[in-house]
Design a protein around this ligand. Structure first.
Ligand code: SF4
Ligand code: SF4
Length: 245
């Protein structure tokens, strides 16, 4: 065991699409590694000491806000929960693909997620009129747990960025979108029929566009059970088709 401090070299993608004079390029920064250093800490140090104009997103620093997704040596990951100790001395950082670039490592995931939510109408469709005097209806523990599991998605976009289909087909729902659909589909409070769900998700932009190599599950920082989600969607939509026939 050695106490020698590593000198980390960060090769960071730089580009400001708002500046007509900006050209995409790589800037290199060096800092000393410190114990328990995360990428968030490293990038903050670079911004504080070497380049105040470096753009990247962070909010909670605890893998909850989903803001700090980026490509770390080619793989989507959250900056706040990536320890530099787990990385080689040369760290290459790029913005997540499949999203609109704001600048450097900062991307606009919000527009993608809003469009996905509006397209799939990702909210409870309740047809009963609200009755404030009604008693609450029970939900089985299994269904409540499955819904809770889907709701753990932090909308970081790592699954979308890792998905080859989403990168060439902007309309593809990808892991986050398919997970969102499944979450409402299994919710007994949502009154949409199987046929209505079929129209939402049974297409090449939905679950049948997925080629199943599971890069999305490999990179999901919340380890959502995306394989089970896709299997659930396929079973439900194929069942619907057989019933309709
Ligand atoms: S398994 Fe499907 S959703 Fe996941 S990365 Fe592959 S194509 Fe995309
Ligand atoms: S499913 Fe996982 S990787 Fe995809 S947006 Fe949600 S938390 Fe991030």
């Amino acid at each position: 065991m050695t106490d020698e401090v590593r000198r980390l070299k960060f090769e960071i993608f730089r580009f400001n699409p708002e500046d007509p004079e900006s050209e995409p390029h790589i800037d290199t920064f060096e800092i000393d590694e410190r114990p328990y250093m995360t990428l968030y800490m490293a990038l903050s140090e670079i911004r504080e000491t070497q380049d105040a104009g470096l753009q990247f997103d962070f909010a909670c620093r605890s893998a909850i806000c989903g803001s700090c997704g980026m490509l770390v040596n080619g793989r989507p990951a959250l900056g706040c929960r990536t320890l530099t100790a787990d990385l080689p001395e040369i760290v290459r950082l790029h913005p997540l693909p499949a999203f609109k670039l704001i600048g450097d490592l900062s991307v606009d995931t919000g527009t993608w997620f809003r469009e996905m939510a509006e397209r799939t109408e990702a909210w409870i469709h309740e047809q009963q009129p609200f009755d404030p005097a009604a008693t609450e209806e029970r939900m089985s523990d299994d269904i409540a747990a499955a819904i809770y599991e889907g709701d753990r998605c932090i909308e970081c976009g790592c699954c979308v960025a890792s998905c080859g289909v989403a990168n060439v087909s902007p309309e593809f729902l990808a892991g986050a979108g398919l997970n969102r659909v499944a979450r409402f589909m299994m919710d007994p409070r949502d009154s949409r029929s199987d046929e209505e769900w079929y129209d939402v998700v049974a297409s090449s932009e939905g679950v049948f566009g997925c080629v199943g190599m599971m890069a999305c599950a490999d990179v999901c920082p919340k380890e959502l059970p995306l394989l089970e989600v896709y299997a659930y969607l396929r079973r439900r939509t194929l069942g619907t088709k057989f019933v309709s026939d």
